[in-house]
Design a protein. Structure first.
Length: 149
């Protein structure tokens, strides 16, 4: 085999994994996410802790969101806060998905309950959302999975 061909193959073998790792780690080109990436029915289960006078108590939330692809969604959830169950808690929400597939959301709760603020990482195909609540006093993470379009 020619020396320049084998050197080219060696260079490609070294460079391609490094380039693909860089793309996975932080590259934003080509993902093309937007609000329209999220459309359909998503089911979720989140768990963590919430501060309640002044202790941390277990927090679990399961439910479903319907995303409309335009920056709005409707949510229905059952919560367990320190063992106290709150069933069928319905709330509308708004969200923004950036082109790099990061995003934010706000679940607009009924007063006096404060709104819930979320930071998201969205799969480029929109099938999964990895979520962390960003409100002080709450540590809650989970995954939303699209189950229908």
């Amino acid at each position: 085999m020619n020396s320049w061909v084998s050197k080219g193959m060696l260079a490609a073998a070294i460079a391609l994994p490094a380039l693909s790792s860089a793309a996975r780690a932080g590259g934003t080109e080509g993902f093309g996410c937007s609000n329209a990436t999220l459309r359909g029915l998503y089911m979720y289960a989140n768990s963590g802790y919430q501060s309640v006078n002044p202790s941390l108590v277990p927090l679990a939330v399961t439910g479903k969101n319907i995303f409309y692809g335009n920056g709005t969604f409707d949510s229905l959830a059952t919560l367990s806060i320190g063992g106290t169950i709150i069933p069928n808690d319905a709330a509308p929400g708004t969200y923004t998905v950036n082109s790099d597939c990061t995003g934010t959301a706000i679940v607009h709760m009924t007063p006096p309950t404060p709104d819930v603020h979320l930071q998201w990482f969205v799969a480029p195909d929109g099938d999964q959302i990895f979520s962390t609540e960003t409100d002080p006093g709450t540590a809650l993470t989970g995954t939303l999975q699209r189950v229908a379009r």
